[in-house]
Design a protein around this ligand. Structure first.
Ligand SMILES: *[C@@H]1O[C@H](CO)[C@@H](O)[C@H](O)[C@H]1NC(C)=O
Ligand SMILES: *[C@@H]1O[C@H](CO)[C@@H](O)[C@H](O)[C@H]1NC(C)=O
Ligand SMILES: *[C@@H]1O[C@H](CO)[C@@H](O)[C@H](O)[C@H]1NC(C)=O
Ligand SMILES: *[C@@H]1O[C@H](CO)[C@@H](O)[C@H](O)[C@H]1NC(C)=O
Ligand SMILES: *[C@@H]1O[C@H](CO)[C@@H](O)[C@H](O)[C@H]1NC(C)=O
Ligand SMILES: *[C@@H]1O[C@H](CO)[C@@H](O)[C@H](O)[C@H]1NC(C)=O
Ligand SMILES: *[C@@H]1O[C@H](CO)[C@@H](O)[C@H](O)[C@H]1NC(C)=O
Ligand SMILES: *[C@@H]1O[C@H](CO)[C@@H](O)[C@H](O)[C@H]1NC(C)=O
Length: 680
């Protein structure tokens, strides 16, 4: 383990070697510029060779931290229906990466990043803020999928791009050929006939192969396209075609049929890279590395009994930058979380005002929870963009008061729109389930899933230290005081609750804890006894991209309460999954490192060393048991949507129009719909 100063000196040492080898400093060329060509950004990122010490360090940290990730052995070969989608052996990847040569440190990171993406588990990944989203790379033409098959440039493309990119739009205006020069708006709504000389579906599927995050191929296909997410300002996501985490592509060749034209138009449109708002400014190679690439005070854990607990600054800790939820204060981070991570920034763009709901949200709305009453006077909508919001208490109150307000206005039906909801607080998922369905055996005391955690040798040692009195102030995640047994009773203080239950998974010996119950109830506030809505009058809708705590909520509502699920906007040819990436509780390397350091086990050979780099490793720490098959994890069980709804050109990315359509489909014609489902 190297102290931070030593790692900084080491980085500077390499930079000085480079500086003398190349008079030309590719990072000085881009320094201070907000917009650059991808090739220019790439030249800077690629200008650092692999430092064997750093490479060995990253591999060792990642490898040893994987022992805390529940799913390593399952992911070697997932069961049906994900047999074809999840079959990645991360231990073997790390051995391969260790033995591989790379042209640059960036290429080494890309291999690590992509290998982890292949487990298709948004909780499990390796990120490096030296490279991921340092330069987010864009095209001004996000795509949408219309009628379940046709690829078109989003009708709102020009509005979104001009609002977000400002003057920079002139770069693309100038890049357009012939008569189109200066007429970027003409591309909005165009039909896309070919991408890089092939059918657009070739590009959609190629992206789905590597995009990661979700088990289901269809859900990864959907990530190629532009979409929205509920928040007080309504976020807009460009999709994986128009927004890249790394500056790896320079341009795209398109064949389009422009709106109101019969002929076709071929053009090449360049990508453009923008220096991320979250990155730290630099002036040259040395300051780029020093400011963005070495471990910060929050990269690694800390001994809670020496340096104190997390401070307010932790809100900007590296892991917070990759978690796909709003920025949270430290005070609310003590609540257990299940949230996905990604190299892409959480919220960069806004849905154009004209596309947002025209009726104002109810006053009970708060942050990511927005409530609307539809014109039919009987359908209420909860648009829920995350299971995390900046104030846990205000969020919890808002969900209850908002639903009560919808009922007071006459709503008997409820649409919960969880489009792009990447999870958040576990107990908010339990709370929402509980308040909608009322008090019943499926909502009290357990409104979520029972879980298990991995009982690796180092985890067992941590628990043993705690049972010996090593955590008197109860700071640690492995403290029995934090958890309850399968019948929801607290584990006795200082009990060795992590005695391993041995299992064999895909031919590998493994060990997990006993079954763990819930720790959310009783809630901080009293839930109403009666159901707020009848399950048959509730529908959960999304683009399939609902993960973590969003999956906990959707799965328990669908499988236990019979609530219907709808996925809109996906391919008409394939069944869609209404959620993915279930987990149970997610965490990261720095949190595990705090456990190790506080338990005075950092010197143990099983313990990961400190990261030398500005890296984050995300893991699944608890895994929920299944509902249909309660002996296996829910993670790889089937979550087919009841309804696959292709969207027309007029509906795409307009939440209010979609809700009205869904209400008509799901509620007014409820009887015919049910008949159709049971006969189909
Ligand atoms: C970084 O540089 C940009 C552009 O030069 C400038 O607007 C911004 O204020 C700088 N940020 C900091 C923290 O210095
Ligand atoms: C990862 O750790 C295991 C021991 O748990 C070891 O056998 C293996 O060689 C390590 N892999 C790498 C790439 O260091
Ligand atoms: C296409 O034609 C229709 C009907 O003439 C017109 O209303 C619309 O504005 C045209 N759209 C574009 C993008 O030119
Ligand atoms: C990092 O921690 C050290 C030691 O606690 C402190 O002196 C330094 O100011 C911190 N740096 C930042 C950027 O917070
Ligand atoms: C919502 O709050 C605003 C400002 O307090 C108030 O003017 C308005 O009447 C409220 N609307 C409803 C429907 O309660
Ligand atoms: C969080 O919300 C609660 C309930 O609305 C409020 O009482 C509390 O003051 C808020 N906390 C902060 C730090 O704003
Ligand atoms: C949970 O703990 C309680 C109290 O110690 C005990 O009575 C109960 O049997 C335990 N349940 C299980 C499943 O171990
Ligand atoms: C690790 O070992 C070294 C040398 O044996 C010792 O000085 C140090 O205190 C130990 N650190 C911890 C955290 O146990």
């Amino acid at each position: 383990m190297m102290p931070p100063q030593a790692s900084l000196f080491r980085a500077l040492f390499w930079v000085s070697i480079l500086a003398s080898a190349y008079a030309y400093d590719a990072c000085a060329e881009v320094a201070g510029k907000t917009w650059v060509l991808p090739s220019e950004a790439r030249a800077c990122l690629r200008s650092f060779p692999v430092d064997p010490v750093v490479k060995a360090n990253v591999i060792e940290v990642v490898n040893k931290t994987l022992a805390f990730h529940t799913s390593t052995n399952y992911q070697i070969h997932a069961p049906e229906p994900f047999e074809d989608q999840v079959h990645e052996d991360l231990a073997r990847d790390l051995a391969r990466i260790g033995a591989s040569e790379y042209a640059s440190d960036f290429d080494f990171h890309l291999d690590m990043y992509r290998s982890f993406k292949l487990v298709n588990d948004g909780h499990c990944g390796v990120y490096n803020l030296c490279y991921d989203s340092l330069y987010v790379t864009y095209l001004p033409i996000p795509l949408v999928l219309v009628n379940g098959h046709d690829v078109q440039i989003a009708p709102e493309a020009f509005d979104v791009a001009t609002a977000e990119f400002g003057e920079e739009i002139s770069f693309w205006q100038e890049a357009l050929p012939g008569d189109l020069k200066g007429k970027l708006h003409r591309l909005s709504g165009a039909r896309v006939l070919a991408i890089n000389g092939a059918d657009p579906w070739v590009a959609i599927d190629a992206n789905a192969e590597i995009a990661g995050g979700y088990q289901a191929f269809t859900t990864r296909q959907n990530g190629f396209f532009a979409s929205y997410r509920a928040s007080s300002g309504w976020d807009y996501m460009m999709g994986n075609f128009a927004q890249l985490t790394h500056p790896l592509l320079d341009s795209v060749d398109l064949i389009l049929r422009l709106t109101n034209e019969t002929g076709t138009t071929a053009l090449t449109l360049p990508y453009r890279s923008r220096f991320s708002a979250g990155a730290v400014n630099f002036t040259d190679s040395a300051s780029y590395r020093a400011n963005n690439c070495v471990a910060t005070n929050h990269t690694n854990g800390r001994d809670a009994y020496e340096s104190g607990l997390a401070s307010e600054q932790d809100a900007t800790a590296p892991y917070a930058r990759v978690q796909q939820q709003p920025a949270l204060p430290v005070r609310d981070r003590r609540h257990g979380m299940s949230v996905i991570m990604d190299g892409a920034p959480y919220a960069d763009l806004a849905l154009p005002v004209t596309m947002r709901p025209s009726t104002p949200a109810l006053n009970e709305s708060y942050s990511v929870a927005q409530f609307f009453m539809l014109d039919d006077s009987q359908t209420g909508v909860l648009a829920l963009g995350s299971f995390s919001a900046p104030n846990f208490t205000a969020f919890q109150e808002s969900l209850l008061y908002g639903l009560v307000a919808l009922k007071a206005r006459g709503a008997s039906n409820l649409i919960v729109d969880v489009t792009n909801n990447g999870g958040g607080y576990i107990c908010i998922a339990h709370w929402l389930h509980r308040i909608i369905v009322g008090r019943k055996p499926t909502s009290e005391p357990q409104a979520g899933l029972d879980t298990t955690t991995r009982a690796g040798p180092l985890a067992q040692l941590i628990v043993r230290r705690i049972t010996e009195g090593g955590d008197p102030e109860e700071h640690l995640l492995y403290n029995p005081a934090q958890w309850r047994n399968a019948t929801h009773q607290p584990f006795p203080a200082e009990s060795d609750w992590l005695e391993p239950e041995e299992v064999v998974i895909n031919g590998h010996a493994d060990a997990f804890s006993q079954r763990m119950g819930q720790e959310c109830q009783p809630f901080d506030m009293d839930p109403p006894t009666e159901a707020l809505f009848e399950p048959e009058n509730v529908i959960i809708m999304s683009n399939g991209r609902c993960a973590s705590s969003c999956s906990l909520f959707s799965i328990t509502m669908a499988k236990e309460e019979g609530v219907r699920t709808l996925v809109y906007g996906g391919s008409a040819d394939r069944a869609q999954q209404y959620c993915g990436v279930v987990g149970g509780q997610s965490t990261d390397f720095s949190t595990m490192d705090t456990e190790v350091k506080s338990a005075k086990l950092k010197n143990n050979t099983l313990s990961p060393p400190d990261f030398l780099t500005n890296s984050v490793q995300g893991i699944t720490w608890r895994l929920g048991y299944g509902i249909d098959d309660p002996l296996e994890p829910e993670e790889w069980q089937d979550h087919p949507a009841d309804i696959n709804l292709p969207v027309s050109f007029d509906m795409v990315n307009k939440p209010e129009v979609l809700w009205a359509h869904v209400a008509g489909l799901a509620f007014s014609k409820k009887l015919s719909f049910i008949a159709q489902q049971s006969s189909g």
